[in-house]
Design a protein around this ligand. Structure first.
Ligand code: FES
Length: 237
């Protein structure tokens, strides 16, 4: 396989052509925060948390959707990168309900982790939380779309990993959210309640019914398949 060399934070890294900058950084043990990226899914470039700065052009690039190219040189923690990452997290938090204490995701919430990593604490911008009715209309999954950050991991997982395509983006702009066709309840859709979307969700927008609001955070690799009763030990957390 053809390979190339790029520089990340001044460190020369050899990687196969076609690798993304994010994967190249991971292979060298250089941490770049991410929210919409998941190694099992096609990269999507939605959250911009993985921004890096191209040292030659000064442009900010989403590293999960930027392939490496020979001679490329990027910084993962430049002033501009950190400023933009913090602003994005501030905006996400301003739209997020202040309910971490009773959220089923608990300390596994990836938005919470990234915010802590960037030193963003209490909402710093005018809070404008999404208002969405809690959907508990099926036996397995609780949907709290007020906590959705539109990373699209549930949508891509449903399409790419279980070939169901039950959910997709609905509406536009501030009203955008994942929904079933015609917004039917999950029980009236093609959903098999395999739990893939719950496992992939980085926040508390999707939870298993048994753990939602119980104060007991979900286990990392739970499955909630209601059909075979065996449990396939999905490990997508
Ligand atoms: Fe790259 Fe979301 S992780 S844009």
């Amino acid at each position: 396989m053809e390979s190339t060399v790029i520089s990340i934070n001044g460190k020369k890294i050899g990687c196969p052509v076609g690798t993304s900058v994010l994967e190249a950084a991971d292979s060298a043990g250089i941490h770049i925060p991410r929210l919409c990226y998941h190694p099992e899914l096609k990269p999507h470039g939605a959250c911009r948390m993985c921004l890096v700065e191209d040292e030659k052009s000064g442009r900010l690039l989403a590293s999960c959707v930027t392939p490496v190219s020979g001679g490329m040189s990027v910084q993962t923690d430049s002033k501009a990168v950190l400023r933009h990452r913090r602003n994005i997290v501030r905006l996400m938090i301003s739209e997020h309900p202040e309910s971490c204490v009773v959220c089923s995701k608990g300390n596994r919430c990836q938005l919470r982790r990234v915010a802590a990593e960037l030193g963003v604490g209490e909402p710093e911008l005018y809070p404008m939380p999404h208002v969405n009715a809690l959907d508990q209309s099926n036996p397995f999954i609780v949907r709290d779309l007020s906590k959705c950050i539109l990373c699209g991991r549930c949508i891509r997982g449903c399409k790419e990993l279980v070939a169901q395509g039950t959910i997709d983006y609905s509406l536009r702009g501030v009203d955008s959210r994942p929904a079933t066709l015609h917004d039917h309840p999950l029980t009236e859709s093609s959903c098999t309640f395999c739990g893939t979307c719950v496992s992939l969700c980085p926040t508390g927008a999707l939870s298993q019914k048994k753990s939602a609001f119980s104060g007991t955070p979900e286990r990392e690799h739970d499955t909630i398949c209601g059909f075979c009763g065996v449990g396939c030990s999905l490990s997508l957390g």
